[in-house]
Write a protein that binds this ligand. Structure first.
Ligand SMILES: Nc1ncnc2c1ncn2[C@@H]1O[C@H](COP(=O)(O)OP(=O)(O)O)[C@@H](O)[C@H]1O
Ligand SMILES: [Mg+2]
Length: 304
């Protein structure tokens, strides 16, 4: 499509194209599919996420959210389609990605300090080897900088096993940010946090995304804490995907089409979204949030 032109007298006014328009998206997914154990986990996933955008991967347990994150890291081969990360095939940009895997609990007896965990993000590959003085000082400065960025100054010197879930998660986000990534992949970072901390960590990540121009892709079980900040959603279910702005994706019509059954998106008086009527995940899927069928009905967006 040609650029629109506005004629003023004899002058054709052509919109200025900035350098950013030419920069490749942080994430570009085209018709991607993954098969695992002879089964298609998802197919026809198409999405594009630019620098400074905040995207969420949503969907029921077992729908392949973590698999999509692994595909972005180039750790999961595709059965079809194409994924480009920062203008290169997935896997080639790994040094520019900050990755926080799905929840790993720290043993309460673990003595390693919070700031040592963050330091691993700066010089993990040199762990245990003495660093030359100047580089060591630069690394320490970067550690202090990201600890301040996530507001962990008050407890970063304490053993990580003794910190609360919210404090641990902030330090892990600091670790992922330490090497100055251009893309941040966070797999369910709000899981296991109380509501107050979910909102606080969501706001923190949104601020980093906006202020540092980092593209963020966050896997979430409940969209509500991040809803105010979201630019894009990739919703996985039933082996398919729908993606786009949240107002277009998280609707009764779009999710009913995705699930192939009537699904209703309700908006509560305080602006939360609740998805009702989505089918239960197949029994073979491990369900960490197993519990009442009401909790399942509320699914990825249920009130907690
Ligand atoms: N190595 C594997 N071999 C076969 N199936 C797998 C493998 N890894 C994951 N799966 C299956 O792929 C599906 C998607 O898993 P996952 O991406 O972890 O889902 P989510 O993160 O949405 O809960 C699940 O049904 C899971 O059991
Ligand atoms: Mg997962």
């Amino acid at each position: 499509m040609s650029a629109p032109r506005a004629r003023r007298g004899n002058l054709a006014v052509v919109p200025v194209t900035t350098r950013e328009d030419y920069a490749p998206p942080a994430v570009d997914i085209e018709g991607a599919a993954v098969r695992l154990g002879g089964r298609t986990v998802w197919s026809s996933v198409t999405a594009s996420i630019r620098a400074g955008e905040f995207a969420a991967i949503l969907g029921p347990n077992g729908s392949g959210k973590s698999t999509l994150v692994r595909a972005l890291l180039g750790l999961q081969p595709l059965a079809a389609g194409r994924i480009q990360v920062l203008g290169r095939p997935a896997g080639e940009a790994r040094a520019e990605i900050g990755y926080l895997p799905q929840r790993r609990a720290f043993d309460s007896s673990l003595r390693i300090r919070g700031l040592d965990v963050v330091r691993l993000g700066v010089d993990g590959h040199r762990w245990g080897l003495p660093m030359p003085g100047r580089r060591s000082r630069a690394a320490a400065a970067r550690v202090a900088e990201v600890i301040e960025l996530v507001g962990a100054q008050g407890y970063a010197h304490r053993p990580i096993g003794r910190l609360s879930g919210g404090e641990q998660q902030r330090l892990l986000i600091a670790q992922a940010l330490a090497p100055r990534p251009r893309l941040l992949l966070l797999d369910e970072p709000l899981d296991s946090l109380d509501l107050t901390n979910q909102s606080a960590v969501a706001g923190l990540v949104a601020g980093i995304c906006r202020d540092q121009g980092v593209a963020v892709v966050m896997v979430a079980h409940d969209v509500n804490p991040i809803l105010p900040y979201l630019d894009q959603v990739i919703y996985l279910a039933e082996g398919a995907a729908v993606s786009g702005p949240p107002a277009e994706v998280i609707t009764s019509a779009s999710l009913s089409r995705l699930y192939g059954t009537p699904v209703e998106v309700l908006s509560t008086s305080d602006g939360r979204l609740v998805v009702v009527g989505q089918p239960e995940p197949p029994a073979h899927h491990s369900d960490r949030h197993a519990g009442t069928s009401a909790a399942r009905a509320a699914g990825a967006h249920g009130p907690h």
